[in-house]
Design a binder for this molecule. Structure first.
Ligand SMILES: Nc1ncnc2c1ncn2[C@@H]1O[C@H](COP(=O)(O)OP(=O)(O)O)[C@@H](O)[C@H]1O
Ligand SMILES: [Mg+2]
Length: 253
């Protein structure tokens, strides 16, 4: 599905590694939550695995396709919702979704029925023909989500997707994530919201200073950390007290 091996990344002019020998493997059909404090390396990881950023060392593959040497095949297999709305705001919602559907080669009937369902779920139908520049932050987030799902990707990648969504939309998004996985696909998302991670993730990984410090199901991680709450565990690892908390859960397979 998604395999990240020994990934190392340094930004130009920075002596600190943004990612330091990161290893991660996702399973088919799971929702994986990527947690970590600000600046831990979540967005960097996500931009690398989606082919947005170059990297020095390591290997990343999506559904068996190397993101560097076989990038088009890799990109066909995921949909990406970035943390900033990199969408063309001169287009209408419909034009944007059509553009995404054209890129991924989704036929007219299929794109229409997928878009209609998603627009209804997000209560965005009435704004579909308005220019995206007139959308609120939450509406832009929703159209970005619809664009990312229009080709029904095997892997759905989202960076801090709950930011700016109202409770209703956030609920719908969680439902969509669950449904996407129930159909055998995989969801990989980063979040600061521990309750969301705790509620919907099959497994979580915690990244601190570019290193994965914990991985496993919430239950496994809690068990390995003497049944502390996820918040206590997060605060203790994010505060750098690694020694007091064992590496949680089984290694990813
Ligand atoms: N464009 C950039 N140039 C230089 N350093 C960057 C850039 N983007 C991120 N970083 C640094 O890389 C580290 C990881 O950042 P990021 O991946 O954005 O973290 P997160 O998404 O977990 O908050 C931080 O130390 C950040 O300052
Ligand atoms: Mg980020």
């Amino acid at each position: 599905m998604l395999k990240i091996e020994h990934l190392t990344k340094s930004y130009a002019k920075s002596s600190v590694k943004a990612l330091d020998d990161l290893n991660l493997e996702l399973k088919e059909g799971e929702i994986f939550g990527f947690l970590g404090p600000n600046g831990a390396g979540k967005t960097t990881t996500i931009k690398i695995l989606t082919g947005v950023l170059p990297f020095e060392d390591g290997k990343v593959s999506v559904c068996g396709h190397d993101i560097k040497s076989d990038s088009i095949a890799a990109k066909k297999n995921f949909g990406f919702v970035p943390d900033t709305h990199i969408i063309y705001d001169k287009l209408t919602g419909r034009e944007y979704v059509d553009f995404m559907a054209d890129i991924y080669g989704v036929d007219v009937e299929t794109r229409k029925s997928r878009a209609e369902k998603l627009l209804r779920r997000f209560e965005l139908t009435d704004a579909f023909d308005a220019a995206i520049k007139t959308y609120s932050h939450g509406m832009k987030q929703k159209i970005s989500i619809i664009g990312a799902l229009i080709h029904n990707p095997k892997l759905w990648v989202l960076d801090e997707p709950m930011t700016g969504l109202d409770p209703n939309s956030s609920f719908v998004l969680k439902e969509l994530m669950r449904e996407h996985c129930a159909e055998g696909n995989t969801v990989f998302f980063s979040t600061h919201v521990l309750e969301v991670a705790e509620k919907i993730c099959d497994r979580i990984g915690i990244i601190v200073k570019g290193k994965l410090v914990m991985i496993g199901s919430v239950e496994e991680i809690k068990h390995a950390s003497h049944d502390k709450s996820l918040e206590e565990i997060f605060l203790s690892v994010a505060g750098n007290e690694f020694d007091s908390v064992p590496l949680g859960g089984a290694t990813s397979k």
